[in-house]
Ligand binder design. Structure first.
Ligand SMILES: [Zn+2]
Length: 257
């Protein structure tokens, strides 16, 4: 993603390829299975240890608390990311969703009402994505970016990403108070650690053509609907038509869901 405050990092490609690629890393997939049954959200982005509710309290007592400098990760995963900077190219599904007409609505609303509306959207969208095994990558204003790496979401990552896109269209449809626009696509993605402030802060990010196409599909999606590419949604057996996307050289076959 094009967040200029972060520098993309390379290296440890075998390790990151194992973590996010088909099959996943055995240590991490064991943790995912174990923590799945402990309530509750939010969770560490990498190992999925719960931070909230009873599970969070229990795991906090075992030293698995949110890291202070990077609360999206537990302290153990933050140290792991710090010790193993780098990334790998992995075939995965990607989803972008944002609020439609947010500039126009914001201009006509109180600041507090705008913040409340955005928070409500982000919280529901996050739940829909994580309930469908998606990995939240970033929040940009009122936009949520998520990925389904096979190492996390399994071999049926495309079906899960499409299911999430459909659920987002159902929750934030054309007639809802907060109509959204979603793009969902799949293909090779460079997923890696990024650093800012000369190594003071590390996070994970995604780069590449697949990511840019997904962002464009989201911005072209009709209000309250999702544009799904044929690469991710071929299993629907829908009719796909060529979409010319701004800044993308060749048309992308996509359908509205
Ligand atoms: Zn963790």
């Amino acid at each position: 993603m094009s967040d200029e405050t972060f520098d993309k990092q390379d290296g440890n490609s075998e390790l990151w390829g194992t973590i996010f690629g088909p099959g996943g890393h055995p240590a991490l997939t064991t943790m995912h299975r174990r923590y799945k049954f402990l309530p509750a959200k939010p969770r560490c982005r990498l190992c999925r240890v719960p931070f909230g509710s009873f599970g969070g309290w229990l795991m906090g007592r075992r030293g698995k608390a949110p890291c202070k400098r990077n609360p999206h990760f537990c302290s153990a995963c933050d140290q792991f990311i710090d010790a193993n900077p780098g990334g790998a190219e992995v075939d995965m599904s990607v989803l972008y969703v944002d609020i439609r007409n947010s500039v126009r609505t914001a201009a006509a609303s109180e600041t507090a009402a705008v913040a409340q509306r955005v928070n409500q959207f982000l919280s529901t969208a996050t739940s829909i994505i994580t309930d469908n095994d998606g990995f939240i990558m970033a929040f940009y204003g009122d936009c949520v970016v998520a990925v389904w790496p096979p190492g996390f979401a399994g071999p049926d990552h495309r079906q899960k990403a499409v299911r999430a896109a459909k659920a987002l269209s159902a929750a934030f449809g054309p007639d809802s108070a907060i109509p959204s626009g979603t793009g969902v696509h799949s293909g090779p993605v460079y997923i890696c650690t990024v650093e800012a402030g000369a190594g003071m802060f590390r996070d994970m990010s995604i780069f590449g053509h697949t990511v840019n196409v997904t962002a464009r599909l989201a911005s072209e999606a009709p209000a309250g609907q999702a544009l799904a590419s044929e690469a991710v949604a071929a299993h629907l057996g829908a009719e796909f038509s060529a979409q010319d996307l701004k800044g993308i050289d060749s048309p992308i076959m996509a359908t509205t869901i």
